[in-house]
Ligand binder design. Structure first.
Ligand code: ZN
Length: 169
């Protein structure tokens, strides 16, 4: 019990109280609940690869989005993390491809341009007939700074650079 509570407490947003509650839940739940959870956690890192085209996390590369024949490859949506890509995918309204940066610029946290997949984005925009790059970094100070930085870097390319609108459903 102590070991499980200690492990759960390492997760973001989980304190002693939540960890203890979850541990008691697992103790009293049917056995397959904890077995399924343990198996899913065990397989998570083993079965997850980085897509060599868009850099999202998937069980294969290229990922299902990049491999999809009906997606519009001239449209590239730039996001910070795989979870941001998943959120846009869930909305179902976007038919282009993605580029996952791996974070946002944040000098305080040591996140400079060289820690993000900026060169990869530049290469991609230059090589495969990309017509529009949509900067969909998060609406935070870091996300905005990253969008401005990318817009500057991509200025010389033939693609149109746009920023996603916020405050709309
Ligand atoms: Zn991909």
């Amino acid at each position: 019990m102590d070991r499980l509570v200690a492990s759960l407490k390492r997760l973001p947003g989980i304190g002693e109280k939540s960890a203890t509650r979850l541990a008691y839940f697992l103790l009293s739940a049917p056995e397959d609940v904890s077995r399924e959870l343990a198996e899913a956690i065990d397989r998570l890192q083993r079965d997850t690869v980085v897509c060599e085209t868009c850099y999202t996390l998937s069980d294969r590369t290229p990922c299902p989005v990049c491999a999809h024949s009906e997606r519009d490859a001239t449209l590239v949506c730039v996001v910070e993390e795989p979870a941001d890509m998943a959120a846009i995918e869930r909305s179902g309204g976007f038919r282009g491809l993605y580029h996952v940066l791996g974070g946002a610029l944040s000098p305080i946290d040591g996140m400079g341009p060289e820690t993000l997949r900026v060169n990869e984005l530049e290469r991609r925009v230059a090589s495969v007939g990309v017509k529009e790059v949509i900067l969909a970094t998060n609406p935070t100070a870091e996300g905005d700074a990253t969008a401005h930085f990318l817009a500057d870097r991509l200025q010389g390319s033939s693609a149109r650079i746009t920023r996603i609108a916020y405050g709309m459903p």
